[in-house]
Design a protein around this ligand. Structure first.
Ligand code: PSV
Ligand code: MN
Length: 431
């Protein structure tokens, strides 16, 4: 591991240097504009610097469709190399200090060694993700017809055991949450007894919940489709909410933006879950058709902003409100690290724009039923070009003013290509 390349800190400073003056000028101009709206740009920068989103370990590799995967150069070959890439993203954008692992994809031989490796790179572990939607190679019971909801109690037990093992591993790594997503469901009408399948899910989830430590959390992730295309068991936020309520206070609902029917009003789902005290957090991505796992903010930036408006409003009501933010994307045609950087910045942008909403004016317009001015109030915030605030926040945190430019300039990818000769050709598969 001695030859592992890292971008030197002075290379980032050097890349920043010719950009400093323009950022300072743009920041001064925007500060003046915001001051006229009664907003202190410096205070916003402070809040941006505290914003954080976790990187999914699977996001640093190239994803694929159900038809093919076209691997990129220098892909990480194991969990340590994934952490190296996550650390590089964080080094440049300063907003991704944690990693969300997927088990068994990232199963370490020695958890203490992995924890140490992450610590040395300034990374922590966010929620663990269990995988009972694929079979492991070698003799276990199959999940072809489900896992936590399978008709065979032995399969359900195996799936529960896997989740309990993920909780244990998470504890060893310092992770405080487990995200439960199952691919269970039916592909044909008549295949499932809907009610019995949900009862079996609840029973299995109770066994997992019993293994969640007192300071831990269980995140329930719903999905309308795939791999079960007719009916999934945890199909929507309502079902997810019901299960979370049955389980107890440590269980909450995680919203993956791609897991809804097109045009679903996701910001309203977010509002409902907040109101009911059951919003766990997010898997951020974007989509046009379904679970496309496109980069956050690439298709529906206004929706992303509206979601953050709900989150900012919740934070203003309750200072302890702290949902978990994670990305969950599949990078098929871009350099994954570039997509992760761009996506993390999109989230920051939506967050800052939501902070700029004149909430008092919005409340007045709502009270007066002035629909037009209510929307105009939101648009005034959404249309603000907040890039100087983000650049200053990154710069103050030691990151790059232009992260993708600095990354390309460093030659990181080419170096990884020579450091990481790929051992085998990989086929199709969605991450
Ligand atoms: C399922 O589509 C999902 O969103 C879940 O979060 C999985 O853990 C992840 O994607 C893995 O690809
Ligand atoms: Mn997800």
């Amino acid at each position: 591991m001695s030859t592992v390349y890292r971008i030197p800190a002075d290379a980032i400073a050097e890349h920043n240097r010719p950009l400093e003056q323009a950022v300072a000028d743009d920041f001064a101009h925007l500060s003046g504009q915001l001051a006229r709206r009664g907003v202190d740009a410096g205070a916003i920068v402070e809040r941006v610097r505290r914003f954080a989103v976790a990187i999914p370990s699977w996001g640093v590799g190239t994803g694929g469709t159900r038809f093919a995967r076209f691997p990129g150069p220098g892909e990480p070959r194991n969990v340590f190399e994934k952490l190296d890439d996550c650390a590089t993203v964080h080094q440049l954008v300063r907003v991704t200090p944690s990693v969300s692992l997927h088990i068994p994809w990232d199963e370490p031989d020695d958890p203490a060694e992995l924890a140490g490796y992450a610590r040395e790179r300034g990374l922590a572990f966010d929620a663990m993700n269990s995988n009972t939607f694929q079979d492991r190679p070698g003799g276990e019971l199959s999940y072809k017809f489900g896992s936590l909801t399978h008709t065979d109690p032995a399969v359900r037990r195996q799936a529960v055991e896997h989740n309990l093992a993920c909780i244990e591993l998470g504890r060893a790594l310092g992770s405080k949450a487990l995200t439960l997503w199952i691919g269970d469901g039916a592909n044909f009408p008549g295949q499932h007894d809907f009610r019995a399948a949900l009862e079996r899910y609840l029973e299995s989830a109770r066994a997992i919940y019993a293994g969640v430590p007192n300071d831990g959390q269980l995140f329930l992730e719903h999905k309308l489709f795939e791999p079960a295309f007719y009916a999934t068991v945890i199909n929507d936020w309502g079902t997810s909410y019901w299960v979370a309520r049955e389980l107890g206070p440590k269980a909450k609902c995680l919203v993956d933006l791609g897991h809804h029917a097109p045009n679903t009003n996701i910001e309203m789902i977010v509002s409902r879950l907040i109101q009911f005290g059951k919003l766990a957090g997010f898997h951020f991505n974007d989509s046009k058709y379904g679970d496309d796992d496109l980069d956050a903010g690439s298709i529906h930036p206004f929706q992303l902003f509206l979601i953050f408006c709900e989150l900012v409003a919740a934070g203003a009501r309750d200072a302890s409100f702290a949902p978990a933010y994670m990305l969950d994307q599949s990078h098929n045609v871009t350099d994954p690290l570039e997509s992760l950087m761009a996506s993390a910045i999109e989230l920051q942008r939506a967050y800052v724009q939501a902070l700029l909403v004149d909430r008092a004016a919005l409340a007045r317009h709502q009270q007066a039923n002035d629909a037009l001015m209510a929307l105009e109030t939101l648009k005034a915030a959404f249309r603000t070009d907040v890039r100087p605030l983000l650049a200053v926040a990154r710069r103050q945190s030691g990151g790059a003013i232009d992260p993708i430019g600095a990354y390309r300039h460093s030659g990181y990818r080419a170096r990884k290509e020579s450091e990481r000769p790929q051992e085998r050709a990989t086929g199709s598969g969605i991450v």
